[in-house]
Design a protein around this ligand. Structure first.
Ligand SMILES: Nc1nc2c(c(=O)[nH]1)N[C@H]1C(S)=C(S)[C@@H](COP(=O)(O)OP(=O)(O)OC[C@H]3O[C@@H](n4cnc5c(=O)[nH]c(N)nc54)[C@H](O)[C@@H]3O)O[C@H]1N2
Ligand SMILES: Nc1nc2c(c(=O)[nH]1)N[C@H]1C(S)=C(S)[C@@H](COP(=O)(O)OP(=O)(O)OC[C@H]3O[C@@H](n4cnc5c(=O)[nH]c(N)nc54)[C@H](O)[C@@H]3O)O[C@H]1N2
Ligand code: SF4
Ligand SMILES: [Mo]
Length: 692
């Protein structure tokens, strides 16, 4: 397991194990775990890994506190109380798996599509993600899940424009002269990028944050452009207008490497700064100034993040923003261009078909269910268009009852008496509370994995440092044993976790070197699109895409512009970006981190609070037609007028009235990719009577 054994006393031999941070974070840090015997004495960022540079964030520095948490689920549990109550009795693995297999077989005999897997990125590992699990679902012929909950709109926008999820190297931001930090609270959610942005700043670069919220990051930039949520596409068009009329264009780059420029040019000319500013809730001079900075500084880089695409027009906005560096030719320099996601680079080293075995579908094409509408889907009685009613759902690496939009529906769905629910988890989350069976899963310190990244370009390994706690088993092991109980006898169901880790990567990857060093850098061009070479069929970036309309500003599902009657009743736009010390709903139960975050709160501008007679620190109800969430009001300069922030994602059961912000969000989807629109949500806020 270890490669750097320093023998001291035999009982307390010190070993160092290479690990990787499993969380859904663009930084994918390389971790060194130092063990004395079976005890972790140190967990640190790998100082040799260039982008981790020895530092982990506050959350994962406390990872051991999570692994050894007294509330960890360490035995299989069977429900004894009502759904949602969270009362369980321990059962043996054999009993749990036999019963689960029996239930699944009975449903599958009628229609395997009535069974739904539900998973996301609780771990980003290829092995404990969709390896054995995928094989299992493919063999069973279960419904497929469209994993849209985070990045679908922006991912699709990027794919349509560049042909792949590719962009600048993280390290090169240190050399940029201008960085637009767009829809990203980097200090909270992309800390290692911030290190490079700081280096650029020390070298004289200007940093500009584009974000409705004056985040920890925005307040440390030279400038903050606080636009209204969901108006980024209009801002991009306004910038293009200025780039055109001032001729801050790279005509050569446009001619050679961009498809559809004449059409886009014509559209952008309809967006003078005044129009863009009015749409975005900005001053026209802010748009002009930003365009001047972007058009006249080289190299100019954009760190775009997924925060800005959780609105109806998120896909179009990403298409437009991704074209900005093509207008100016910023791509010609390695420190110019854009980074939204780097995940596409890893296609060359991943072996998904071998790992996930879609061939086990044997020609069947089960329906696909969008995870972002799980509320409606669990409540659907079945129809010709939808297919069979969902009768069983198996959840792993996700906590949908807390994180999916429109909680009232999600909860009602998961509490259906006739739904059979199995949850693989570390803790009794809001979702696990609704399970018929909870199965104890291993943490990152207890299992094998390999990791790609969406924020950098290194492959990482995770070797187990500890034996599984209690009776915990890895996700892959649980699906392997469930497959055996189902009678799936194809040889691939016998592959162990280390074999899966090897199979996850193409044979040309030097797996032994990966184990020795902990990480491997992909061999990629320095300035990927300096001379075009986009991953589209023509090799050019696409302003026009066959079958899609020309990119445009798409207003929110809910806004004064698109739904004035609704906005009259619910005049505040609510966004619910991540809290710095949680990772989605993970870590909410780690006491030292929860102590920093305090309790669920809503940030509001002083003017909006005064207009409602609301005092800082008072209890409020945040509400709309979907529900009501009670929390603490924080009157804060982080909020602009008209926008409130409910930082997420808390566990519902820790909320004052047993809810979190997703009680208010809706299931409306994005323009591209079928993603959720978490930050496209109108609410009103009122005082709560003080409890007697
Ligand atoms: N600490 C921490 N880190 C995380 C996470 C976490 O929960 N906590 N989550 C992880 C996950 S799942 C992801 S997907 C990644 C990326 O996660 P992101 O969601 O990109 O996270 P943030 O960087 O916080 O970016 C959100 C920022 O976008 C802003 N924003 C909201 N609406 C708009 C808008 O309409 N336009 C613009 N321009 N900005 C808007 C918010 O105010 C916030 O500052 O981060 C990961 N890292
Ligand atoms: N209102 C609002 N809602 C949001 C967001 C927002 O910004 N605002 N952000 C959205 C985004 S970007 C995302 S990505 C989603 C994230 O939603 P999820 O993917 O559901 O992420 P988490 O809430 O972190 O839940 C992951 C769960 O997986 C479990 N887990 C971790 N590792 C393992 C493992 O190895 N095995 C098993 N079996 N379980 C494991 C953890 O204990 C945790 O409970 O939430 C979305 N929801
Ligand atoms: S959550 Fe992000 S910053 Fe923190 S250790 Fe993991 S990868 Fe690094
Ligand atoms: Mo995400």
């Amino acid at each position: 397991m270890s490669d750097q054994t320093t023998a001291t006393h035999p009982a307390a031999a010190v070993r160092v194990v290479h690990a990787a941070c499993p969380h859904d974070c663009p930084d994918t840090c390389a971790i060194r775990v130092t063990l004395e015997g079976e005890r972790v004495v140190r967990l640190q960022g790998d100082p040799d890994h260039p982008t981790t540079h020895g530092a982990l964030c506050t959350k994962v520095s406390r990872y051991v506190e999570r692994v050894t948490h007294p509330e960890r689920v360490l035995q299989p549990l069977r429900r004894v109380g009502a759904k949602g109550e969270g009362r369980f009795e321990p059962v043996s693995w054999d009993e749990a798996l036999s019963d689960i297999a029996g239930r699944l077989k009975a449903i599958a005999a009628r229609d395997p599509e009535a069974i739904l897997p539900y998973s996301y990125a609780g771990t980003m590992g290829l092995v404990q993600g969709e390896s054995m699990a995928s094989r299992f679902w493919h063999r069973l012929g279960a419904s497929r899940l469209d994993r849209t909950i985070c990045a679908a709109a922006g991912g699709e926008g990027l794919l349509q424009t560049y042909g792949a999820k590719m962009g600048m190297h993280l390290e090169h931001f240190a050399e940029s002269r201008l960085i637009l930090i767009w829809g990203s609270n980097s200090i909270a959610s992309n800390l290692h990028f911030w290190t490079y942005a700081q280096a650029a700043k020390r070298n004289g670069a200007k940093l500009i944050a584009i974000d409705p919220r004056r985040s920890e990051t925005a307040e440390k930039c030279h400038q903050h452009i606080a636009l209204m949520p969901g108006t980024d596409g209009a801002l991009a068009l306004g910038l293009m207008h200025e780039l055109i009329v001032n001729d801050w264009l790279d005509h050569d780059y446009l001619a050679k490497h961009v498809e559809g420029w004449p059409e886009l040019r014509e559209r952008a000319l309809q967006w003078p700064p005044e129009r863009a500013a009015e749409t975005c809730g900005l001053a026209a001079d802010e748009v002009r100034g930003l365009a001047r900075d972007y058009g006249t500084t080289a190299p100019a880089a954009i760190r775009l993040n997924y925060g800005m695409q959780r609105v109806r027009g998120g896909g179009n906005a990403v298409r437009l923003i991704a074209l900005l560096p093509c207008l100016t030719g910023a791509w010609k320099h390695r420190a110019g261009g854009l980074l939204l996601s780097a995940s596409g680079w890893f296609k060359r080293v991943r072996n998904d078909a071998v790992l996930e075995r879609p061939d086990l579908l044997a020609g069947r094409q089960p329906r696909t269910i969008n995870m972002s509408t799980i509320g409606d889907d669990l409540l659907n009685p079945g129809s010709a268009a939808f297919g069979p009613k969902v009768e069983a759902v198996i959840v792993y690496n996700s906590n949908p009852v807390a994180v999916a939009p429109d909680s009232a529906k999600v909860v009602a769905g998961f509490q259906r008496e006739d739904l059979f629910t199995v949850v693989l988890e570390h803790f009794l989350t809001d979702t696990a509370d609704n399970a018929d069976y909870v199965l104890p899963a291993t943490t990152q310190l207890e299992h094998w994995d390999v990791h790609t990244s969406y924020g950098h370009t290194y492959l990482l390994i995770n070797e187990p440092a500890l034996a599984p706690a209690g009776e915990a088993r890895s996700n892959a092991e649980i699906f392997r044993q469930l497959a055996a109980k189902m009678g799936f006898d194809e040889p691939c169901f016998a592959d162990d976790d280390l074999t899966l880790a090897r199979q996850a990567l193409v044979p040309s990857v030097d797996f032994e070197r990966l184990r020795r060093d902990g990480w491997l850098k992909l061999d990629l061009p320095e300035a990927p699109f300096a001379e075009g070479g986009f991953a589209t069929p023509s090799g050019r970036a696409r302003a026009t895409v066959p079958g899609l309309p020309l990119p445009d500003f798409v207003p929110n599902h809910e806004s004064a512009r698109s739904t004035p009657e609704l906005a009259a009743r619910f005049p505040l736009a609510m966004i619910s970006p991540p809290a710095r010390n949680f990772l989605n709903s993970t870590f909410v139960n780690v006491k030292s981190l929860r102590a920093i975050e305090g309790e669920p709160l809503l940030e509001m501008h002083a003017g909006d609070a005064a207009a409602r007679g609301l005092a800082d620190g008072s209890m409020v109800k945040v509400f709309n037609d979907r529900g009501e969430h009670h929390c603490l009001l924080k009157v804060s300069p982080r909020a602009r007028p008209g926008v409130v922030h409910g930082l997420g994602v808390w566990w519902r059961k820790l909320g004052r009235n047993g809810t979190n912000v997703n009680q208010l969000t809706h299931q409306g989807l994005t323009d591209l990719g079928g993603g959720p629109s978490f930050y496209d949500c109108l609410v009103e806020v009122a005082a709560l009577p003080v409890a007697a």
